[in-house]
Design a protein around this ligand. Structure first.
Ligand SMILES: [Zn+2]
Length: 148
């Protein structure tokens, strides 16, 4: 099964069993399940059940198609998207450099360190180099260099 088919079958299954609405924490509305009229009921004939199942699959295919066409959105599994972002950031060997500043340095003239933004997910630094550099400064603002 392709990722697209996995998604279609997940949507179809949830149309059948009920969807979860995420709610809206900002408005204090909790998440809740939404019951849909596509589930199997006790007295449903085999024929009717198959008809409902086929309809649910067609609706799921139509939703995915809508997202990909009018929605102009590519459906990429999270792990694949993460790997692509990492590959793009690894293609940039150095920089951009971003100064690490204390809030006392309002003119932004005395960075405590320069960090290399090599990923959108995390800033990976050489710990010993950063810590050695910071240890050479006074803790109190404005963090002048101390003689070692
Ligand atoms: Zn400071």
């Amino acid at each position: 099964m392709t990722d697209r088919q996995v998604l279609i079958s997940l949507i179809a299954q949830r149309l059948n069993t009920g969807l979860n609405h995420p709610g809206d924490p900002a408005r204090n509305i909790p998440a809740r399940p939404i019951a849909l009229p596509f589930g199997k009921t006790a007295g449903m004939s085999e024929e009717m059940s198959e008809l409902v199942s086929n309809s649910v699959t067609m609706i799921a295919e139509a939703i995915v198609y809508l997202i990909e066409t009018d929605g102009a959105t590519e459906l990429i599994p999270r792990e694949e998207a993460r790997a692509m972002r990492d590959a793009v950031s690894e293609g940039v060997p150095e920089g951009p450099f971003v100064p690490l500043l204390c809030r006392c340095d309002r003119k932004r003239e005395r960075p405590l360190a320069m960090l290399t933004m090599n990923s959108t997910e995390a800033i990976i630094i050489d710990g010993p180099t950063l810590l050695r550099g910071l240890r050479k400064r006074k803790i109190e603002c404005p963090h002048e260099m101390v003689q070692s």
